[in-house]
Design a protein around this ligand. Structure first.
Ligand code: TRP
Length: 386
């Protein structure tokens, strides 16, 4: 879940600066020893992924996998109802999210028995990514119980992302007059289970997710201290901050599925052109890159720059006095050009239902094996077995 405030113009807090600094070091380690890392990341299946997801997280996941890091992707279906009253077409949305990953270039584990076993440490070699749905891995929810014992209600109530989501949900009429649900309050603990079950030591996140990761780290640390006499059952995972700022949607607010302002990866070229034509800009003819004073124009420039691998400043120069019309022509061309191969792959996978089923089955099976192993270790540590 994400903070509704656009991050383009926000100045970084000390903890964000620290995480940025650490991320530079982590990138160096990833480049030299990718086999030391296991990534867990994921999305709630509330609809198809869009350009903001792509440049914010999806492309980064593809990059990490290609660098040799083992990747787990949770499609967090149970967590859809955290901030809304209806689950919607969860099955269809799981499929869309899976298609977006495959189209973007994630190589999934298929078949069974491949990879690095069921331990909670990354192993050598590069197995395909484990893509699984939360609801298919019951042990995840069993881990929640001991983990809940390790956080206080006050800590959860202080979590800024939980607070922001509660406010956003109330504003949409979701949580309405009922107040915060137990599920929303405990959301950071769910994420902790998602991350810790597979011994992930690296979580690529946006700035707004840092508080969640802090909760995960506290839970790992406290579990070791309180229940395992200091023995390291869980490693504290680290945040890898995405280098890309949030993209704005066509209405100038943060791009989001629910705001109806997003350019979906699966959108056609004409639809993409239409959406970009409708995007909010400003009245100045001269196009400049100025994220603080001209957030909408700058976000469009950034989008095109990310697609073409140039700088937003250079693109602004290129458009010059072309105004919004010239800018939008450049952006449309850049987006459609960049997404063309992705969209072609997406259409191929969309016709391969058996393959999609096999990918999820293999991911679910592996995630279950890993999660059952972790749960057994937890129960043993708590003296419940043996
Ligand atoms: N919170 C993410 C979202 O709202 C999805 C998610 C669930 C996740 N569990 C996670 C992300 C663990 C990172 C790590 O889409």
């Amino acid at each position: 879940m994400s903070n509704p405030t656009p991050a383009l113009a926000a100045s970084p807090t000390p903890s964000v600066l620290a995480a940025q600094h650490r991320s530079v070091e982590l990138e160096e380690q990833i480049a030299s020893t990718p086999g030391r890392f296991r990534v867990l990341t994921g999305d709630r299946p509330t609809g198809p992924l869009h350009l903001g997801h792509y440049f914010g997280t999806l492309a980064n996941r593809v990059r990490l996998q290609a660098a040799g890091v083992e990747v787990f992707v949770v499609i967090a279906d149970y967590q859809v109802i955290t901030d809304r009253d209806v689950a919607g077409d969860v099955r269809g949305n799981v499929r869309e999210v899976l298609l977006d990953h495959l189209a973007a270039g994630i190589v999934p584990r298929t078949g069974t028995g491949t990879g690095t076993g069921t331990g909670t440490r990354p192993g050598p070699g590069g197995p395909g990514a484990t893509i699984f749905t939360h609801s298919s891995v019951p042990a995840l929810n069993q881990l929640l119980l001991p983990f809940l014992s390790l956080v206080t209600v006050a800590e959860l109530q202080r979590n800024p992302t939980v607070k922001a989501e509660a406010a956003a949900s109330a504003a949409r009429g979701g949580a309405g007059g009922r107040g915060m649900s137990g599920l929303l309050l405990t959301y950071p603990v769910h994420q902790a289970a998602d991350i810790l079950f597979c011994g992930a030591n690296l979580v690529p996140v946006g700035q707004d997710q840092l508080p969640h990761l802090e909760t995960t780290r506290s839970i790992a640390r406290r579990f070791n201290e309180r229940y395992a006499a200091g023995h390291e059952v869980f490693a504290e995972p680290e945040a890898l901050l995405s280098p890309v700022p949030l993209l704005l949607g066509t209405d100038g607010a943060k791009m989001s599925k629910s705001a109806g302002n997003a350019i979906a990866l699966r959108a056609g070229e004409d639809e993409t052109a239409r959406l970009i034509r409708s995007a909010r800009t400003d009245a100045q003819r001269r196009i400049t890159y100025d994220p603080v004073h001209r957030p909408e124009v700058s976000s469009l420039l950034l989008t095109a720059a990310l697609c073409t691998g140039t700088s937003p400043e250079a693109l602004a120069e290129e458009v010059g006095d072309g105004g919004a019309v010239g800018l939008k022509a450049v952006v449309t061309e850049a987006v459609n050009e960049h997404l063309r191969p992705l969209r072609a792959r997406r259409r191929e996978f969309a016709d391969a239902d058996d393959h999609l089923r096999a990918v999820l089955a293999a991911g679910d099976e592996h995630a279950n094996a890993v999660a059952d192993h972790t749960l057994a270790t937890v129960q043993e540590t708590l003296g419940m077995t043996g």
